[in-house]
Design a protein around this ligand. Structure first.
Ligand code: CA2
Length: 157
């Protein structure tokens, strides 16, 4: 794919932050019953349908996520990220996303806008061009679609 004369890879990085490895094991009333493996498959299927591969990383360690984001500069066209609780705490994660200057989609399974006050603020929000919240794990597929739309200059309507 060529954007502004530059050839970019047809690959997305999927980042899931701390505790998302527990999906499907607890709190189904908030996060549903799908597992992290399901999330990675849903995201990969949505991306493949648009001609993109996915490299998936989940970690409970901020530095591992930051290294994966930095590495994405080399071979990814964009990033889909659910930062988990780091959404509300991490300047470091935000700086990493801003630093690589790739298009970012921020996704949350639950509707953080209607939960506790501390979940209303996101350090990532203004470095992301796509925001999907409260659509369950299907939100990952929608994030991919909106991000690929942005990458390929697809206009809505
Ligand atoms: O709704 C989301 O996707 C969140 O990013 C999930 C985070 C939470 O801190 C954010 O405010 C919103 C929590 C991820 C932990 O996920 C679990 C899933 C099942 C059981 C326990 C934790």
């Amino acid at each position: 794919m060529t954007i502004s004369g530059v050839t970019t890879p047809r690959r997305l990085l999927l980042v899931n932050g701390p505790n998302l490895n527990l999906l499907g094991t607890r709190e189904p009333e908030i996060y549903g019953t799908a597992t992290l493996q399901d999330v990675e498959r849903i995201t990969t299927d949505a991306a493949l349908a648009r001609g993109f591969e996915v490299r998936a990383v989940q970690s409970n360690h901020e530095g591992v996520l930051i290294d994966a984001i930095h590495a994405a500069r080399e071979d990814c066209a964009g990033i889909v990220i659910n930062p988990g609780g780091l959404t509300h705490t991490s300047v470091v994660l935000r700086d990493a996303l801003a630093g690589v200057a790739l298009p970012v989609a921020e996704v949350h399974i639950s509707d953080v806008r209607t939960r506790e006050q501390f979940r209303h603020f996101s350090y990532v929000a203004d470095v992301a061009i796509v925001h999907v919240v409260g659509e369950g794990v299907a939100g990952y597929a929608r994030s991919v679609d909106l991000l690929v739309d942005a990458l390929t200059g697809h206009a809505e309507g």
